[in-house]
Design a protein around this ligand. Structure first.
Ligand code: ZN
Length: 211
């Protein structure tokens, strides 16, 4: 077996292993491919998105749906249409774009409107690109990151629920109503979480979210 072929097989095994463990492929540290495959250098941290998703503040059902989102494993209309199961791929919510994971959770006007309300409540700027990865890269306290991650995961879970409601029953909550629903749910979680928060800066911030 040639050196190049060995390098390809090694890279393939590394990527498959990383993918099966929920590791963000661009974030695998401690490996470099020899010969002509330097473009595949993966010397980044092994801290992947899975660690961000399975955080103690989030509800397990929210983490699970977000895990599916990160793995692009939701049965969106674009995927079902591509498999020949349904005749069109238009977004169930806005009917204005192909229903992909990226559309539903980054581009759809329904999501954008809720994102604006959520960021205003959390007192943060609007995330660029994937919210989980974006929050994971903020230089915030652990508490700040865990709370923001759990809120965004509650929102994306709820949007997926609304998408299913739109598809199966033809009804959907207004963005403001869905935001209030998520906020009230998270306030209950935050009340329990507050007793475990030590830093006054974090406590003040959470208290402001509860007001
Ligand atoms: Zn849409």
């Amino acid at each position: 077996m040639s050196g190049n072929w060995k390098a390809i097989c090694k890279t393939r095994d590394l990527l498959l292993n990383g993918y099966s463990q929920g590791v963000w492929l661009a974030d695998i540290r401690g490996y470099s491919v020899k010969s002509g495959y330097d473009w595949l250098r993966l010397k980044e941290t092994k801290l992947g998105w899975a660690k961000l998703i399975w955080n103690p503040m989030a509800l397990p059902k929210h983490s699970f749906v977000n895990w599916l989102i990160m793995r692009n494993a939701l049965n969106t209309k674009e995927k079902l249409h591509r498999l020949g199961i349904i005749p069109d791929d238009m977004c169930c919510i806005c009917q204005a774009g192909s229903e992909t994971v990226m559309h539903l959770f980054q581009q759809c006007h329904y999501f954008r409107e809720i994102l604006h309300l959520v960021c205003s409540w959390l007192q943060i700027t609007e995330p660029q690109g994937n919210q989980i990865i974006w929050i994971g890269r903020r230089n915030w306290t652990l508490v700040h990151r865990e709370v923001c991650l759990s809120v965004f995961m509650a929102v994306t879970y709820s949007i997926w629920q609304q998408r299913n409601s739109a598809r199966l029953e033809g009804v959907i909550l207004r963005p403001t109503a869905l935001f209030v629903q998520c906020k009230n749910l998270m306030k209950i979680r935050l009340l329990n979480y507050l007793s475990r928060v030590k830093m006054s800066k974090d406590r003040d911030w959470i208290t402001s979210l509860l007001s």
